[in-house]
Design a protein around this ligand. Structure first.
Ligand code: ADP
Ligand code: MG
Length: 482
């Protein structure tokens, strides 16, 4: 936002995030819910809306949403019901989605987001269960719209935030946090590009100091975290300009256009009463007993915030490093495996934060797709810690390990990188360096001790990187200072 606009106006943002759950089967029907199968192969009479079919709740849908509720500090309703949300659309053969309306199973929570300059607590209004609709495909047939019902009935949770967010950056941080939590809980893969995490953003602006919220628009169709940030930014500008030109914001749903980088009207915003919500007559209420709640609490993993603090305390990691390494649960797991096998958390975090992260970025892959197992990486680290190879050799062996299953030891030997700690081999090398560099020797003797780096460098060069630098240092010291 331009600073001038920012001075006079403040944005108010609330997000509605849909997360597609990683259950094996659909929300209310015993059919597989896998992504990417051939169109219309994962459908049952229930997904097709055939008369006489009856829904049954997938138990994991309930368990997963309770996990999310607990992880976001929500209260869990002992009793909640499903509701029908009615509307007509070609990819919704039933004519309604099963959702929850006035009794969401989780409500009144919060989560904490961290920005560069401040931390902030964002309220979570509610989290409810619902099923997805099918998919209309407009780009495969020049004359017709095709419908794929594989996604119809896939379990979703919708996480609705309070209008507590004030900037596009806060919205981005909030979304990132949600992604991290669902991944830690292993209830959703958190992939926004593939649509397993979707976000609608409600945006309004108001003059600074005004208490009442302005009229909001709802933004849809942002398929990446960055696009959410950009769409909100654009929309804030648009609304401010409109108001400054004497116009009024109209409540409407707007679509983000990635190529034009702007939002455009999709429809005037619907209201809840347009959907004619009513209690789902075919499903019993969801009863959450204390026993179930306790059981699910014991299943919760250590979440990122807690893990971060532990890494700082237990491994002496810096806060910045701990944040980076716990960003993904699987990267943190990977690091802890390496640390366990080497017994040296410091070297383990060094190599994970430098070499491993570099490769993940370069290849745009997740740690789950990374080819070196923690055990093998630990062997490499142990070679370095045991002074068998030096740090530049460690990098070379690391790179070789990416395309080879051989042990780090075997690769280091093959590449002739095992450090020579044999004084018999190093003695003539060191003597020659001293003989060939009288100037440097003279200056060193006069007190320019930094020249040690020069001697060690020469020894490394002469030994093709195999000299043990510690040993060379000792030998040079002895020869020049005695
Ligand atoms: P619906 O999408 O059905 O209209 P709600 O009225 O519950 O749902 O609001 C949805 C989202 O809009 C929530 O995240 C809420 O925080 C946010 N919101 C509500 N009022 C405003 C506003 N004036 N400006 C920005 N966001 C708002
Ligand atoms: Mg909405």
């Amino acid at each position: 936002m331009s600073t001038i606009a920012h001075e006079r106006f403040e944005a108010v943002i609330g997000l509605e995030v849909h997360a597609q759950l990683l259950t094996k089967s659909k929300a209310f029907a015993p059919v597989a819910a896998q992504y990417g199968e051939a169109p219309n192969t994962q459908v049952s009479p229930l997904c097709l809306g055939h008369p006489g079919t009856l829904p049954v709740v997938n138990e994991n849908l309930v368990r997963y949403i309770i996990k999310m509720g607990l992880a976001t500090n929500c209260s869990v309703a002992p009793k909640s019901i499903f509701a029908r949300k009615n509307y007509f659309y070609p990819d919704l053969p039933k004519g309604y989605q099963i959702s929850q309306f006035d009794t969401p199973i989780c409500f009144d929570g919060f989560l904490d987001i961290e920005l560069e300059e401040y931390d902030k607590r964002i309220g979570v209004t509610r989290i409810h269960m619902e099923e997805d609709a099918g998919k209309s495909i407009h780009d495969q047939d020049p004359y017709n719209t095709l419908v794929d019902l594989n996604r119809a009935g896939t379990p979703l949770i919708e996480i609705v935030s309070e209008p507590d967010l004030r900037t596009p950056q806060e919205a981005y941080a909030y979304l990132t946090k949600i992604k991290q939590i669902v991944q830690y809980l292993e209830i959703c893969d958190g992939n926004m590009e593939e649509g397993s995490l979707r976000c609608d953003a409600n945006v309004s602006v108001r003059p600074r100091g005004q208490k009442e919220f302005g009229t909001r628009t709802e933004l849809k169709n942002m398929n990446s975290f960055r696009n959410v940030e950009k769409a909100i930014e654009f929309e804030i500008y648009r609304q401010i300009e409109l108001i400054e030109d004497g116009g009024e914001v109209v409540q409407q749903t707007r679509l983000w256009d990635t190529t034009k980088m702007q939002t455009r009207v999709m429809r005037s915003k619907e209201e809840a009463h347009d959907y004619r919500y009513f209690p789902e007559p075919d499903l019993p209420p969801i009863i959450v007993t204390d026993a179930l709640l306790e059981e699910i609490k014991t299943e919760l993993p250590e979440l990122a915030d807690v893990r971060q603090k532990r890494f700082v305390e237990e491994y002496g990691m810096s806060e910045v490093d701990a944040v980076t390494i716990t960003e993904s649960r699987y990267l943190a797991d990977y690091f802890e495996e390496v640390a366990k096998h080497t017994g040296n958390p410091k070297s383990a975090s060094n190599i994970v934060l430098s070499e491993v992260l570099r490769v993940l970025n370069e290849q745009s892959i997740d740690i789950g797709e990374f080819s070196i197992t923690p055990e093998r990486l630990a062997e490499l680290v142990a070679l370095k810690d045991g002074d068998k190879i030096n740090s530049s050799a460690m990098q070379q062996v690391f790179n070789a390990m990416l395309d080879s299953d051989k042990s780090p030891q075997a690769l280091a030997e093959e590449m002739n990188l095992i450090q020579v700690s044999d004084t018999g081999f190093l003695e003539p090398i060191v003597d020659e360096i001293i003989a060939n560099n009288p100037d440097e020797v003279q200056r060193y003797k006069e007190g320019k001790k930094q020249l040690m780096g020069f001697f060690v460098g020469q020894a490394m060069k002469a030994s093709r990187g195999k000299a043990n630098p510690k040993l060379v240092t000792e030998m040079v010291t002895k020869k020049l200072e005695s």
